[in-house]
Design a protein around this ligand. Sequence first.
Ligand code: ATP
Length: 466
Amino acid sequence: MTNLDLMEKIVSLAKRRGFVFPGSEIYGGLAGVYDFGPHGVELLNNLKRLWWEASVSARDNWYGLDAGMFKNPKVWEASGHTSGFSDPLAECKKCNTRIRVDKELEALGVTADEKMSEEEINALFDAHRAEIACPKCGGHEFSPAKKFNLLVKSNLGDFASEGGEPVYLPGEACQGIYLDYKNVVDSMHPKIPFGIAQIGKAFRNEISPRNFLFRCREFEQADTQLFVKPDENKEAYEALKEERMAWYQSIGIRKEKLRFKQHENLVFYAKDAWDIEYEYPWGFDELEGIHDRSDYDLSQHQKFSGTDLSYADPETGEKFIPWILETSMGMGRLFLAILADAYREDELGGETRAYLALSPKVAPVKAMVSPLLKNKPELVEKAKEIRAALSKALPGAAIAWDDNGNIGKRYRRQDEIGTPFCITIDFDTLGEKPELKDTVTLRHRDSGEQERLTVSEAAEKIRAAI
Ligand code: ATP
């Protein structure tokens, strides 16, 4: 299987099995927007819950937040997004396809960073033009690169028609944390160092959305901001990096598919910046950014809002603007990494099959219950009884019912969904062999192995795994 095959297979399985659908599909779609289907939303919710547990519940002195998406237009001025949040765009002269010049240069090993002027980017672009081909028609003639702002405008309140700034959709979710930092301090009285975590939507006018969930125009970010005393950043930053890397492994991602990458060109206020990269089907690429940002964000908001955002240390009385250590992970990029990491093909019982070797913690369905034959009422009734007993024994766990097609087909379907356990009720469960009465067959997804257990033994196995 080539890497491109793998990508195609993941996209196709995601649609076929109700994980991810293209947005507005019946109208021909809308580039860069995807919908999470019935199994997708369960998997997504499991990932969010595991992230929340690790980022808020399991940590001392961390606080959750869910800020409104629309913000005062001044927020994006203070953050630098209205002036600086842009990508260099060029258009193919033959077919009008738009390319992102910085990403094309990056693929050639040339860095065009955010601080560069249009002239500087065009000088680099001109020097490498012959090596850059249009992804659609293969041509090499492009318009000059122009900076294209990524913020998405709304007409909320219609301020722009009165000459004011428009209200933007969030270009990044984390601004909500800076804006509510003072409210959290005043209401929760946290002792520094303390952290705030949030999952929120972000919108970007990406020039060329691509690679499925990797580069979208609407996506979710899971962000944490750790507030520390000035100059007390280094040790905490290293600890944060290690924690985040370990977290990915704790939810089942293979260690060898993850790596750190340090940023070469830091923005002027940053002390350090690293990405955690995952090896996607097209190669290693950014999954999460971990940034040591000094006091930049709060200082900017203090300056633009005129509100005092300093922290008063309750022990020493000292007042200062905290420094911020940030982690920012794209939920869609995590979702894609989880699918790519779990996708397997093998031979089982003389047939090739595809399955998702998802960690039972993240799997959308924990177990499937089915009667061996669906036209035998006594089997169906017993299977329903057992499903109800399992749901009671495993509160909150998604226990599915499937009596469609023959048992082999049902197993294949659950394998593709990544269901770790299948439970089958047969005539022995009803007591045809008296010594097996009230036992079931528990099938394991990855090995295909089956074992005979009582219902409570099966429930215990599932509980231990999830
Ligand atoms: P890139 O260089 O790939 O455009 P970025 O460095 O601009 O990403 P950040 O602004 O640091 O990304 O955003 C933090 C995280 O949000 C990224 O690590 C990524 O996981 C996610 N993210 C950013 N842009 C997108 C997008 N267009 N679609 C999906 N996820 C995204």
